[in-house]
Ligand binder design. Structure first.
Ligand SMILES: NC(=O)c1ccc[n+]([C@@H]2O[C@H](COP(=O)([O-])OP(=O)(O)OC[C@H]3O[C@@H](n4cnc5c(N)ncnc54)[C@H](OP(=O)(O)O)[C@@H]3O)[C@@H](O)[C@H]2O)c1
Length: 326
């Protein structure tokens, strides 16, 4: 089959379409003819050689797929050939065929295209996990989402609205309107404004209850000062750096803060299946009713995979970048 190959670890120009062995489904897997896959930041890090796939996963890039079932493993009883499915995989999406565990696959709602479906799994599972499972955000609380116009950010804004949570985002100014249209109450231009000052002003000095952060080190001290008593923060990425100097632990103690880090890809399959079932029960009905929608920035033919990676690394996208495979 054809797949996107990494010639050598490095820049986007290392990617090209080549030949790769077609996977065959294990007992509890289904083989999917991939119509669409989508980009994640993890793909750019794996391409550079700094984020290896978990043990047993395909070394081909691609964490999510939408397509048609072409073959099922011996123990698969819930799927049959020709059905339209989408879902999260540990790797192998940038290819004509990919395998997915039967319990990680979800049926594509009839009103949805493959492009729309593929823009859902990674960002909605990540945002749902952070907000509900880790931070346990409650209706009436206030949430601060950094990189609000990212794929995960746009999912978080919509989930928050559905839960009844007020959302503040940080994003570069041209991306503000999209965040506001999706349901954010306030958008802060982190390049020209002080997010801590704005968040405290918005909450009348109380602070926000939950923060979803991707920037890490440069935001850490201001995040701590932006949190309300009993506040929770989930750090999902380290885009700005790793090390923090001058952290006063007294602030954590006095405000009874919870600071958590999380990953999704490295979680056990059982954990991912439970999360998938939970998201499916909560979000799929809302998606079918049009109350939550995948935010697609652009669709590239997979022949343009180099341009798609360059586009993401230039921070040009608001929401998901989708690849058309077939
Ligand atoms: N831990 C997990 O489980 C998990 C799961 C999925 C994704 N992630 C991580 O979450 C992050 C977001 O993923 P995504 O796919 O949603 O990303 P994305 O759609 O590519 O968006 C990332 C956005 O972040 C903003 N940004 C980049 N560098 C920044 C910086 N130094 N300071 C402030 N803002 C910055 C940019 O928007 P502006 O124009 O607004 O600056 C950029 O477009 C990635 O780092 C990804 O690896 C983690």
């Amino acid at each position: 089959m054809k797949a996107v190959i990494i010639k050598e670890f490095g820049g986007p120009e290392q990617l090209s379409i080549g030949e790769w062995e077609k996977p065959s489904p294990a007992q509890d897997q289904i083989l999917v003819k991939v119509h669409n896959t989508a980009l994640n930041r993890a793909d750019t890090m794996q391409r550079k050689g700094v984020y290896p796939p978990p043990a047993g996963a395909s070394p081909i890039l691609g964490l999510e797929i939408a397509g048609e079932v072409v073959e099922v493993g011996a123990n698969v009883n819930q799927w049959k050939q020709g059905e339209r499915v989408f879902g999260l995989i540990p790797g192998g999406g940038y290819a004509e065929y990919a395998v997915i565990h039967q319990d990680m696959a979800m049926p594509i709602p009839s009103s949805f295209s493959f492009e729309q479906a593929v823009a859902i799994p990674e960002v909605f599972l990540t945002a749902y996990q952070a907000m509900k499972w880790l931070a346990d955000v409650q209706p009436g609380e206030t949430l601060l989402v950094h990189a609000g116009a990212s794929g995960v950010g746009t999912a978080a804004i919509q989930l928050a609205k559905a839960i009844g949570v007020k959302t503040i985002v940080t994003a570069s100014a041209p991306k503000h309107q999209t965040c506001l249209d999706l349901g954010a109450s306030l958008a802060i231009d982190y390049k020209t404004e002080d997010f801590q000052e704005k968040a405290l002003e918005f909450t009348e000095g109380k602070g926000v209850d939950v923060i979803i952060d991707f920037i890490a080190a440069p935001y850490f001290l201001k995040n701590i000062d932006s949190l309300a008593t009993d506040g929770r923060m989930v750090i999902l990425a380290l885009m700005g750096g790793l090390n923090v100097d001058g952290f006063n632990l007294g602030k954590m103690l006095r405000k009874r803060l919870k600071v958590m880090g999380s990953t999704l890809r490295a979680r056990s399959r059982d954990y991912q299946i439970r999360l998938n079932q939970d998201l499916k029960a909560f979000a799929i009905p809302l998606i079918e009713q049009g109350k939550i929608k995948p935010v697609i920035d652009s669709v590239f033919d997979w022949e343009q995979v180099v341009e798609a990676h360059q586009y993401m690394e230039a921070n040009k996208n608001t929401g998901k970048i989708v690849l058309k495979v077939s």
